[in-house]
Design a protein around this ligand. Structure first.
Ligand SMILES: *Cc1c(COP(=O)(O)O)cnc(C)c1O
Length: 725
């Protein structure tokens, strides 16, 4: 395990200093992440002290603790600032006060979800905001977006996860282009996290028997608008040292760490809800990591009603739904049976009234096969009444993948459906564009998304000049961001002075800018673009139609192959001839993603079909009028219509990997040379790329109504949670 912990915020926050009276609303605003997706929410905090705001990774609690007394006094006497604070606070109060009336909308029989019986959402990671580093990538960010949309829609929902003491690793790229990992410490005392206590003020704990020891976890609550996110944390003095590390690193360490985390999430998560008196109507397992929760629900029924396991399981099934995110068998969580046995001991299977063989069989496709590992996906599919993939194609792929669990069915009959992923519009759309949507579509523009034709007509009324001007301003911001981040990275690496200084002038706002940021995993084919370096050089250095590339992404710390690919891309920027036309931004996170998706002209995605379950980063780009240039896989297979972006390759080539790679690389280069760059640089007498802007509008008009997380959460609520699927 990599152990260079660099604590970013060393000083503990002992008590919140009292704010000057007119600034007091900031005290309650800082405790709810609602501010992070509300226009001017970040601005109100940032303008207290820009420098501290950046240093503390946009964490209001640290900001308010550190900002000087003088600065607070100054802002407390600034009428313009105070008006902003009052507006924000009033919006927040309205938001919270509307909770009951919104919940009533859901309780009218369309779903079983009520405030008394909410949906319980379980996930191993949550990407709510950069200052809460409990996510590694797409799954977590999707979960964060799910909570925000549930909140905006007033859907009664509680979420359960783990509070990782070190979160996910942070990435540094050294001078050789090699990825180095380090960890920042997550101090709950510095975050807007409430520790859950009993009425008498003593902290509440849940306990789970793991590795034959009682492991205790305290409970934290983060408020995501109207949604409570409960987080379990084993880093307490009552636990043995090893057990304190159960919630040490997100996906960190070995298989054993993984299974004990999953026991805590599933079993501890249900006990957490019981401790708080919460009786969910439905449990949503977002990916298989939380699948043990189904066993805990069965155990409860066996204990309280004296049922046998089969009877209990059929009741559990009525209340549980499962979303799978993995399109390959190897990507599913599996454990050696010996590890499972050691982690659970024998108590749990006895409480379920099962023999050891019966217990193991729950996670096997073929129970009688002694060499088959224990899989959380088979367990989840067996124990849930509904399973869904995350795009239409992924639904199809999942039915074929799990046919083996339904030997009496044909592929088409396998009971796995799909709900295509979406992203949270207020989080991912640039405020500048939101103001354009408000101006030309109306202040209630999000309502119009329900009427796609009206929405499209309204988007087409946005004047080309205004949309293009807003996009150019966002690109200028991106270029400034790239220069600042690159300068800082070179400085920290002690690069040559001249090279470091050159970062201040790299990139040009007027040049066609293509973004490529995602996990460095084999199927994402990072090196496809570099297949023919000479041809790529001629594309980026075309005299009339230059192109620049911005890259970001992390490789799994133990994946040497991925690190080599990352190195190839990171070093490309220092290759002769590349000049200023390529940059690798280190430490891809929520913040970098926001900058990229709001500002690039084109988002490139070249997964090996059909391995992109959905993908969501391209959706974020589309909502901002960026154009996708992507292989037809995942969400893009549903989104692409010939007018709203570009497709690479064809839909279903019947080729081996090497041939498919060669064909797709050729298609990618041709698209760049013949379609993307010419279209971008074709200008009218006013300097406007009219055809390009038409595609931007088409992207916003056709994709925003469909690929946002309000649509996704509604679909979960009405089709999946309600059992109508
Ligand atoms: C949206 C997002 C992702 C997921 O993007 P993919 O398209 O699935 O690669 C990953 N990481 C961050 C930080 C994101 O914001």
């Amino acid at each position: 395990m990599i152990e260079t912990s660099e604590s970013l915020n060393q000083k503990p926050l002992t008590e919140t200093p009292s704010l000057p009276t007119p600034l007091q609303p900031l005290e309650r605003l800082q405790w709810n992440y609602w501010w992070s997706w509300t226009p001017d929410g970040a601005g109100v905090f940032r303008d207290l002290d820009t420098e501290i705001w950046d240093e503390c990774e946009h964490n209001p609690r640290v900001l308010l603790e550190r900002v000087s007394e003088y600065r607070l006094a100054e802002m407390a006497t600034d009428p313009a600032y105070l008006a902003r604070v009052r507006t924000l606070a009033a919006q927040f109060d309205d938001y919270v006060n509307a909770t009951e009336s919104l919940a009533a909308r859901w309780a009218n029989g369309a779903t079983p979800i009520t405030p008394e019986h909410p949906a319980a959402y379980f996930c191993a990671e949550y990407g709510v905001h950069n200052s809460l580093p409990l996510y590694s990538g797409g799954l977590g960010v999707l979960a964060g977006d799910h909570l925000k949309s549930a909140s905006d829609l007033g859907l009664p929902l509680v979420a359960v996860g783990l509070l990782y003491h070190y979160g996910y690793f942070r990435q540094r790229i050294n001078r050789e282009g090699w990825q180095e990992e380090f960890y920042g410490e997550t101090d709950p005392g510095q975050l807007p996290l409430h520790q859950i206590k009993a009425a008498d003020g003593t902290p509440l704990f849940v306990a789970v028997l793991i590795r034959e020891r009682i492991v205790r976890a305290r409970i934290w609550r983060a408020d995501i608008g109207r949604v409570a996110l409960y987080l379990l944390d084993t880093n307490v003095a009552e636990n043995q040292e090893t057990d304190r590390w159960v919630t040490g690193h997100l996906y960190g360490g070995d298989r054993e760490t993984r299974i004990v985390q999953e026991m805590l999430l599933g079993i501890g998560g249900v006990r957490l809800l019981r401790t708080l008196g919460i009786q969910p109507a439905v449990y949503h397992l977002n990916e298989g990591h939380s699948a043990f929760l189904t066993l805990e629900l069965a155990r409860e029924l066996i204990q309280s009603q004296g049922l046998n396991f089969a009877a209990a399981a059929s009741q559990v099934r009525e209340r549980c739904v499962f979303t799978t995110h993995t399109p390959v068998a190897a990507g599913n969580d599996e454990f050696d049976v010996s590890l499972l046995s050691a982690s659970f001991g024998s108590t749990y299977e006895q409480q379920l009234g099962l023999t050891h063989e019966e217990f193991i069989a729950l996670g096997r496709v073929s129970p009688e096969n002694p060499s088959e590992p224990y899989g959380l996906t088979p367990l989840a599919i067996r124990m849930c009444r509904s399973t869904n993939g995350v795009s239409r194609k992924h639904g199809e792929v999942s039915r074929a993948l799990w046919l083996k669990l339904f030997p009496e069915h044909t592929v088409a009959q396998v009971p796995i459906t799909h709900v295509t992923n979406g992203v949270h519009a207020p989080t991912w759309i640039a405020p500048l564009l939101i103001s354009l949507y408000e101006k030309h579509v109306g202040p209630n523009w999000t309502q119009q998304l329900r009427e796609p034709e009206m929405w499209a007509a309204a988007v087409n009324r946005i004047p080309d000049e205004e949309l293009w001007a807003a996009h150019l301003l966002l690109k200028e911001r991106l270029v400034a961001f790239i220069r600042q981040r690159s300068f800082q990275a070179r400085l920290n690496r002690s690069d040559a002075a001249q090279y470091t200084e050159a970062a201040r002038h790299m990139f040009e706002p007027g040049v066609l800018t293509i973004g490529f940021a995602r996990r460095v995993a084999g199927y994402k084919r990072w090196n496809l673009l570099l297949k023919d370096p000479e041809r790529l050089l001629s594309i980026i250095n075309n005299a009339e139609r230059p192109v620049q590339f911005v890259f970001a992404g992390k490789a799994h710390p133990q994946d040497q192959g991925a690190k080599l690919i990352l190195q190839e891309v990171a070093r490309w920027e220092t290759t002769a001839g590349v000049g200023d036309r390529s940059v690798f931004l280190q430490n891809y996170d929520h913040e970098i993603a926001r900058h990229l998706v709001q500002s690039v002209d084109v988002w490139l995605n070249v997964p090996r079909r059909p391995l992109e379950a959905s993908g969501t980063s391209g959706e974020k780009v589309a909502l901002n009028g960026g154009l996708n240039l992507s292989v037809l896989d995942g969400w893009w297979l549903e989104g692409y219509d010939g007018t709203n972006g570009f497709a690479i390759g064809n839909e279903t080539p019947n080729l081996g990997d090497a041939d498919a790679d060669a064909a797709d690389a050729e298609s990618l280069y041709r698209m760049l040379e013949e379609q993307v760059a010419p279209r971008y640089y074709e200008r009218d007498e006013l300097g406007l790329p009219r055809k390009w802007i038409a595609m931007m509008k088409s992207s916003i008009a056709t994709l925003l109504p469909e690929f946002n997380s309000d649509r996704m959460v509604e679909e979960y609520a009405r089709r999946i949670y309600s059992g109508a699927a």
